[in-house]
Design a protein around this ligand. Structure first.
Ligand SMILES: [Ca+2]
Ligand SMILES: [Ca+2]
Ligand SMILES: [Ca+2]
Length: 285
């Protein structure tokens, strides 16, 4: 596996992209991943519409638009009688999520879900787990796609089925939730009105769900650099990935809004591939 990773890294080492590659999904200070509509097995309670992030000097804001309240939906087929949100998993390592497992960052925001940690908040050194089988869900992504949910953007910024397999595995357990980690800080929730004041606008992308959950955490709780964030329902009936970046914290003090940062060498396959897709997408607009 290591030689495979190295091979990919060296192949793409010379690929240089600018952060402007993400411009196609920037809007009012937020970077958006817009998920396919109609790829939620079980329908609207599980339908994820979009995931967005905004960085300021002091905070990171994250918002998800979907069909589920924070408390999920009661469902007899689940071990705990409820299917709801998994945990938000951030991967800054450049490896796929299964390789990176154990070195992830995580945000548990749904306090009644099946997370392995007790508290809501931000966690480092996260090992993720799958809770799909105890939530009447899909054992792995191949089963989900074979059930008829392959679309463009089925996993948000992991645009194609192959992109999703490359990052999350085809027949690996779908990592939905934190198993364990180190609590490093808390989150605050924003009302929809306060989120709008911060510039959040899923409507711009026609991606407003019945429920939007917007949270804020201290900037210092996450590292800087390129990352892939994933968020799935506990059953993996729908899921989304967001590819973005956070500024390196040394530079954070000098961060000026709307000024493109220097070109960055992206060394991991998924980001490079998908950023090029975003570039093409933005070029078409
Ligand atoms: Ca969806
Ligand atoms: Ca559950
Ligand atoms: Ca999806």
């Amino acid at each position: 596996m290591k030689s495979f990773t190295l091979l990919i890294s060296s192949t793409l080492f010379s690929l240089t992209i600018s952060h402007a590659a993400y411009a196609g999904t920037f809007h009012q200070g937020w970077n958006y991943s817009i998920d396919a509509l109609g790829d939620a097995s079980g329908g609207s309670p599980y339908e994820i519409r979009g995931l967005a992030i905004k960085e300021t000097q002091d905070h990171v804001y994250v918002s998800v638009s979907g069909g589920s309240p924070l408390t999920g939906k009661n469902y007899n087929g689940a071990a705990d009688g409820n299917v709801g949100w998994g945990d938000l998993l951030f991967n800054f390592t450049g490896d796929n999520i299964n390789t990176a497992n154990g070195s992830l960052f995580g945000v548990r925001f749904a306090e009644t879900n099946d997370s392995g940690v007790d508290q809501v908040g931000v966690f480092s050194n996260v090992t993720a787990q799958s809770v799909t089988l105890s939530n009447a869900g899909y054992k792995h992504l191949e089963k989900y796609y074979k059930a008829g949910y392959e679309r463009t953007n089925t996993m948000g910024d992991l645009v194609t089925k192959q992109n999703a397999y490359d990052y999350m595995g085809k027949t690996d357990p779908v990592l939905t939730s934190i198993a364990d980690g180190t609590l490093v800080g808390s989150i605050d929730f924003l009302s929809d009105q306060d989120a709008a004041v911060e510039g959040l606008d899923f409507e711009h992308f026609d991606a407003v769900g019945s429920d939007t959950h917007t949270m804020r955490l201290n900037r210092s709780l996450l590292p800087g650099g390129e990352f892939i964030a994933t968020l799935l329902m506990e059953c993996a009936n729908d899921g989304i990935a967001l590819i973005s970046n956070l500024s390196n914290q040394d530079n954070n003090r000098n961060k000026a809004q709307d000024v493109p940062e220097p070109a960055t060498v992206v060394s991991f396959a998924a980001v490079a591939l998908l950023a090029s897709r975003k570039l093409r997408r933005s070029a078409h607009q």
